[in-house]
Design a protein around this ligand. Sequence first.
Ligand SMILES: C/C=C/C(=O)SCCNC(=O)CCNC(=O)[C@H](O)C(C)(C)COP(=O)(O)OP(=O)(O)OC[C@H]1O[C@@H](n2cnc3c(N)ncnc32)[C@H](O)[C@@H]1OP(=O)(O)O
Length: 257
Amino acid sequence: MERQEVSLKKEGGVVLLRVERPKRLNALSQAVVSGIREALDEIEVDPEIRVLLIHGENNFAAGADIQDMVKCDEQEAEEFVFSPVFDRIAALPVPTIAAIEGYALGGGLELALACDIRFAAETAKMGFPEINLGIMPGAGGTVRAPKLIGASAAMELIFSGETIGARRALELGLINRLEPEETLFEAAWKFAVHLSRKAPIALRIAKNTIREGIAMDSESAAVHNESKRWASLFNTEDQKEGMRAFLEKRTPIYKGK
Ligand SMILES: C/C=C/C(=O)SCCNC(=O)CCNC(=O)[C@H](O)C(C)(C)COP(=O)(O)OP(=O)(O)OC[C@H]1O[C@@H](n2cnc3c(N)ncnc32)[C@H](O)[C@@H]1OP(=O)(O)O
Protein backbone atom coordinates (compact mmCIF):
# COMPACT_ATOMS: atom_id res chain seq x y z
CA MET A 1 0.00 0.00 0.00
CA GLU A 2 1.55 3.35 -1.07
CA ARG A 3 1.56 5.56 2.01
CA GLN A 4 2.06 9.30 2.07
CA GLU A 5 5.70 9.93 3.09
CA VAL A 6 5.62 7.20 5.72
CA SER A 7 7.59 3.97 5.39
CA LEU A 8 7.19 0.73 7.33
CA LYS A 9 9.96 -1.88 7.57
CA LYS A 10 9.74 -5.08 9.59
CA GLU A 11 12.84 -6.96 10.72
CA GLY A 12 12.33 -9.88 13.05
CA GLY A 13 9.94 -8.72 15.76
CA VAL A 14 10.76 -5.02 15.30
CA VAL A 15 8.74 -2.77 12.99
CA LEU A 16 10.30 0.58 12.01
CA LEU A 17 7.88 3.39 11.12
CA ARG A 18 9.70 6.30 9.45
CA VAL A 19 8.36 9.72 8.49
CA GLU A 20 10.02 10.71 5.18
CA ARG A 21 9.30 14.37 4.33
CA PRO A 22 12.78 15.86 4.57
CA LYS A 23 12.07 19.09 2.67
CA ARG A 24 9.57 20.09 5.35
CA LEU A 25 11.69 18.75 8.27
CA ASN A 26 9.18 15.89 8.52
CA ALA A 27 6.36 18.31 9.39
CA LEU A 28 3.27 16.23 10.03
CA SER A 29 0.72 17.03 7.34
CA GLN A 30 -2.70 15.39 7.55
CA ALA A 31 -1.57 13.17 4.67
CA VAL A 32 1.47 12.01 6.67
CA VAL A 33 -0.66 11.35 9.77
CA SER A 34 -3.11 9.40 7.60
CA GLY A 35 -0.10 7.43 6.39
CA ILE A 36 0.78 6.67 10.02
CA ARG A 37 -2.84 5.60 10.55
CA GLU A 38 -2.63 3.17 7.60
CA ALA A 39 0.63 1.81 9.02
CA LEU A 40 -1.11 1.24 12.36
CA ASP A 41 -3.88 -0.69 10.56
CA GLU A 42 -1.14 -3.17 9.59
CA ILE A 43 0.81 -3.09 12.87
CA GLU A 44 -2.23 -3.71 15.09
CA VAL A 45 -3.09 -6.99 13.34
CA ASP A 46 0.42 -8.41 12.88
CA PRO A 47 1.07 -11.02 15.61
CA GLU A 48 4.79 -11.14 14.76
CA ILE A 49 5.37 -7.52 15.79
CA ARG A 50 6.85 -7.26 19.28
CA VAL A 51 8.25 -3.67 19.28
CA LEU A 52 7.49 -0.47 17.31
CA LEU A 53 10.30 2.02 16.63
CA ILE A 54 9.40 5.45 15.20
CA HIS A 55 12.09 7.59 13.55
CA GLY A 56 12.50 10.57 11.23
CA GLU A 57 15.72 10.86 9.23
CA ASN A 58 17.63 14.04 10.29
CA ASN A 59 14.52 15.39 12.02
CA PHE A 60 11.94 13.49 14.06
CA ALA A 61 9.18 15.97 13.10
CA ALA A 62 9.05 19.77 13.17
CA GLY A 63 5.43 19.70 14.30
CA ALA A 64 2.08 19.72 12.57
CA ASP A 65 2.16 21.21 9.08
CA ILE A 66 1.43 24.93 9.46
CA GLN A 67 0.34 25.12 5.80
CA ASP A 68 -2.40 22.62 6.65
CA MET A 69 -3.56 24.66 9.62
CA VAL A 70 -3.22 28.30 8.64
CA LYS A 71 -6.71 28.61 7.11
CA CYS A 72 -8.55 26.18 9.41
CA ASP A 73 -11.57 27.07 11.53
CA GLU A 74 -12.64 25.38 14.80
CA GLN A 75 -14.64 22.66 13.06
CA GLU A 76 -11.77 21.77 10.72
CA ALA A 77 -9.29 21.84 13.61
CA GLU A 78 -11.52 19.43 15.53
CA GLU A 79 -11.36 17.06 12.54
CA PHE A 80 -7.55 16.91 12.54
CA VAL A 81 -6.43 13.31 12.87
CA PHE A 82 -3.43 13.75 15.22
CA SER A 83 -5.01 12.67 18.50
CA PRO A 84 -6.94 9.61 17.27
CA VAL A 85 -3.75 8.34 15.58
CA PHE A 86 -1.40 9.20 18.46
CA ASP A 87 -3.84 7.61 20.93
CA ARG A 88 -3.68 4.38 18.89
CA ILE A 89 0.11 4.42 19.17
CA ALA A 90 -0.15 4.95 22.95
CA ALA A 91 -2.66 2.09 23.18
CA LEU A 92 -0.52 -0.46 21.28
CA PRO A 93 0.04 -3.53 23.48
CA VAL A 94 3.71 -3.78 22.44
CA PRO A 95 6.53 -1.46 23.62
CA THR A 96 6.96 1.65 21.46
CA ILE A 97 10.19 3.64 21.12
CA ALA A 98 10.84 7.06 19.56
CA ALA A 99 14.32 7.73 18.14
CA ILE A 100 14.63 11.53 18.13
CA GLU A 101 17.22 13.45 16.09
CA GLY A 102 17.02 17.03 14.91
CA TYR A 103 13.74 18.68 15.77
CA ALA A 104 10.82 17.16 17.70
CA LEU A 105 8.50 20.14 18.01
CA GLY A 106 4.80 20.51 18.78
CA GLY A 107 2.97 17.60 17.19
CA GLY A 108 6.37 16.00 16.55
CA LEU A 109 7.12 15.96 20.27
CA GLU A 110 3.55 14.81 20.92
CA LEU A 111 4.15 11.88 18.55
CA ALA A 112 7.25 10.99 20.60
CA LEU A 113 5.25 11.34 23.85
CA ALA A 114 2.69 8.84 22.56
CA CYS A 115 5.56 6.32 22.63
CA ASP A 116 6.64 4.51 25.81
CA ILE A 117 10.37 5.22 25.57
CA ARG A 118 12.35 8.06 23.95
CA PHE A 119 15.97 8.02 22.75
CA ALA A 120 17.42 11.36 21.63
CA ALA A 121 20.58 12.52 19.93
CA GLU A 122 22.69 14.94 22.00
CA THR A 123 22.03 17.55 19.29
CA ALA A 124 18.25 17.03 19.22
CA LYS A 125 15.98 19.97 19.98
CA MET A 126 12.43 19.75 21.25
CA GLY A 127 9.62 21.82 22.65
CA PHE A 128 6.04 23.01 22.29
CA PRO A 129 6.19 26.12 20.03
CA GLU A 130 2.40 26.17 19.50
CA ILE A 131 2.00 29.21 21.77
CA ASN A 132 4.21 31.13 19.32
CA LEU A 133 1.55 30.43 16.65
CA GLY A 134 -1.35 31.56 18.83
CA ILE A 135 -2.45 28.04 19.74
CA MET A 136 -1.41 25.37 22.25
CA PRO A 137 -0.51 21.67 21.95
CA GLY A 138 -3.53 19.78 20.59
CA ALA A 139 -2.33 16.16 20.15
CA GLY A 140 -1.92 14.97 23.70
CA GLY A 141 0.86 17.31 24.85
CA THR A 142 -1.12 19.00 27.65
CA VAL A 143 -2.03 15.50 28.94
CA ARG A 144 1.08 13.38 28.42
CA ALA A 145 3.77 15.97 29.21
CA PRO A 146 2.47 16.80 32.75
CA LYS A 147 2.16 13.06 33.50
CA LEU A 148 5.75 12.54 32.39
CA ILE A 149 7.61 15.62 33.68
CA GLY A 150 5.14 17.20 36.12
CA ALA A 151 2.63 20.02 35.61
CA SER A 152 5.06 22.83 36.36
CA ALA A 153 7.77 21.69 33.94
CA ALA A 154 5.10 21.05 31.29
CA MET A 155 3.72 24.56 31.88
CA GLU A 156 7.23 26.01 31.58
CA LEU A 157 7.60 24.42 28.12
CA ILE A 158 4.04 25.03 26.89
CA PHE A 159 3.76 28.63 28.16
CA SER A 160 7.25 29.68 26.94
CA GLY A 161 7.21 27.90 23.58
CA GLU A 162 10.94 27.54 24.08
CA THR A 163 13.01 24.93 22.27
CA ILE A 164 15.19 22.95 24.69
CA GLY A 165 18.20 20.76 24.07
CA ALA A 166 18.34 17.03 24.65
CA ARG A 167 20.37 17.32 27.87
CA ARG A 168 17.67 19.55 29.43
CA ALA A 169 15.03 17.13 28.12
CA LEU A 170 16.88 14.28 29.87
CA GLU A 171 17.02 16.28 33.13
CA LEU A 172 13.26 16.84 32.91
CA GLY A 173 12.55 13.20 32.14
CA LEU A 174 11.14 14.01 28.70
CA ILE A 175 13.57 11.49 27.18
CA ASN A 176 14.99 8.27 28.56
CA ARG A 177 18.41 8.08 26.90
CA LEU A 178 20.85 10.50 25.30
CA GLU A 179 23.06 9.21 22.46
CA PRO A 180 25.70 10.78 20.21
CA GLU A 181 23.99 11.98 17.01
CA GLU A 182 25.91 9.55 14.84
CA THR A 183 24.85 6.50 16.83
CA LEU A 184 21.34 7.53 17.93
CA PHE A 185 19.40 5.41 15.48
CA GLU A 186 21.66 2.38 15.94
CA ALA A 187 21.31 2.62 19.75
CA ALA A 188 17.51 2.88 19.55
CA TRP A 189 17.37 0.03 17.03
CA LYS A 190 19.55 -2.22 19.21
CA PHE A 191 17.33 -1.49 22.21
CA ALA A 192 14.24 -2.35 20.16
CA VAL A 193 15.83 -5.66 19.11
CA HIS A 194 16.77 -6.30 22.75
CA LEU A 195 13.12 -5.85 23.82
CA SER A 196 11.87 -7.96 20.90
CA ARG A 197 13.76 -10.94 22.36
CA LYS A 198 11.98 -10.75 25.71
CA ALA A 199 8.93 -12.90 26.48
CA PRO A 200 6.23 -11.12 24.47
CA ILE A 201 3.31 -11.98 26.76
CA ALA A 202 5.24 -10.77 29.83
CA LEU A 203 6.10 -7.53 27.99
CA ARG A 204 2.46 -6.93 27.03
CA ILE A 205 1.15 -7.74 30.52
CA ALA A 206 3.83 -5.51 32.10
CA LYS A 207 2.91 -2.56 29.83
CA ASN A 208 -0.80 -3.12 30.42
CA THR A 209 -0.36 -3.45 34.20
CA ILE A 210 1.68 -0.23 34.40
CA ARG A 211 -1.01 1.63 32.46
CA GLU A 212 -3.81 0.13 34.57
CA GLY A 213 -1.96 0.97 37.79
CA ILE A 214 -1.42 4.60 36.79
CA ALA A 215 -5.15 4.94 36.12
CA MET A 216 -6.13 3.56 39.52
CA ASP A 217 -6.72 5.93 42.45
CA SER A 218 -5.76 3.47 45.16
CA GLU A 219 -2.26 2.05 45.41
CA SER A 220 -3.53 -1.10 47.10
CA ALA A 221 -5.95 -1.74 44.21
CA ALA A 222 -3.08 -1.25 41.76
CA VAL A 223 -0.81 -3.61 43.70
CA HIS A 224 -3.66 -6.16 43.91
CA ASN A 225 -4.17 -5.84 40.15
CA GLU A 226 -0.44 -6.36 39.61
CA SER A 227 -0.47 -9.53 41.73
CA LYS A 228 -3.23 -11.02 39.57
CA ARG A 229 -1.47 -10.04 36.34
CA TRP A 230 1.85 -11.38 37.71
CA ALA A 231 0.29 -14.73 38.65
CA SER A 232 -1.33 -15.06 35.21
CA LEU A 233 2.13 -15.25 33.64
CA PHE A 234 2.69 -18.56 35.41
CA ASN A 235 0.18 -20.06 32.96
CA THR A 236 2.56 -19.33 30.08
CA GLU A 237 5.09 -21.67 28.52
CA ASP A 238 7.45 -18.69 28.37
CA GLN A 239 7.57 -18.51 32.17
CA LYS A 240 8.59 -22.18 32.34
CA GLU A 241 11.12 -21.67 29.51
CA GLY A 242 12.57 -18.53 31.12
CA MET A 243 13.13 -20.15 34.51
CA ARG A 244 14.34 -23.48 33.09
CA ALA A 245 16.82 -21.62 30.88
CA PHE A 246 18.23 -19.80 33.91
CA LEU A 247 18.66 -23.02 35.87
CA GLU A 248 20.21 -24.77 32.85
CA LYS A 249 22.47 -21.77 32.24
CA ARG A 250 21.31 -21.21 28.65
CA THR A 251 19.54 -18.40 26.71
CA PRO A 252 15.75 -18.72 26.76
CA ILE A 253 13.84 -18.96 23.49
CA TYR A 254 10.46 -17.34 23.96
CA LYS A 255 7.60 -18.39 21.69
CA GLY A 256 4.92 -16.01 22.96
CA LYS A 257 2.88 -18.84 24.41
C1 LIG B 1 -1.31 19.52 17.12
C2 LIG B 1 0.06 20.00 16.77
C3 LIG B 1 0.33 21.35 16.52
C4 LIG B 1 1.67 21.78 16.10
O1 LIG B 1 2.62 20.98 16.00
S1 LIG B 1 1.87 23.45 15.66
C5 LIG B 1 3.41 23.52 14.74
C6 LIG B 1 4.59 23.37 15.66
N1 LIG B 1 5.85 23.47 14.94
C7 LIG B 1 6.50 24.65 14.76
O2 LIG B 1 6.01 25.69 15.11
C8 LIG B 1 7.88 24.60 14.14
C9 LIG B 1 7.91 25.39 12.85
N2 LIG B 1 9.23 25.32 12.24
C10 LIG B 1 10.26 26.10 12.70
O3 LIG B 1 10.19 26.79 13.67
C11 LIG B 1 11.55 25.99 11.92
O4 LIG B 1 11.28 25.40 10.69
C12 LIG B 1 12.61 25.16 12.65
C13 LIG B 1 13.09 25.88 13.89
C14 LIG B 1 12.07 23.80 12.98
C15 LIG B 1 13.79 24.96 11.70
O5 LIG B 1 14.20 26.25 11.21
P1 LIG B 1 15.20 26.32 9.96
O6 LIG B 1 16.34 25.40 10.19
O7 LIG B 1 15.45 27.75 9.68
O8 LIG B 1 14.40 25.68 8.73
P2 LIG B 1 13.15 26.37 7.95
O9 LIG B 1 13.68 27.08 6.74
O10 LIG B 1 12.29 27.12 8.87
O11 LIG B 1 12.34 25.05 7.50
C16 LIG B 1 12.70 24.32 6.33
C17 LIG B 1 11.43 24.17 5.52
O12 LIG B 1 10.51 23.36 6.32
C18 LIG B 1 9.29 24.09 6.47
N3 LIG B 1 8.72 23.78 7.78
C19 LIG B 1 9.38 23.64 8.94
N4 LIG B 1 8.51 23.36 9.93
C20 LIG B 1 7.27 23.31 9.39
C21 LIG B 1 5.95 23.08 9.88
N5 LIG B 1 5.73 22.77 11.16
N6 LIG B 1 4.92 23.14 9.01
C22 LIG B 1 5.13 23.40 7.70
N7 LIG B 1 6.36 23.64 7.16
C23 LIG B 1 7.41 23.59 8.01
C24 LIG B 1 9.68 25.56 6.36
O13 LIG B 1 8.54 26.31 6.02
C25 LIG B 1 10.73 25.51 5.28
O14 LIG B 1 10.05 25.37 4.04
P3 LIG B 1 10.54 26.30 2.79
O15 LIG B 1 11.94 25.84 2.53
O16 LIG B 1 9.58 25.99 1.70
O17 LIG B 1 10.50 27.72 3.28
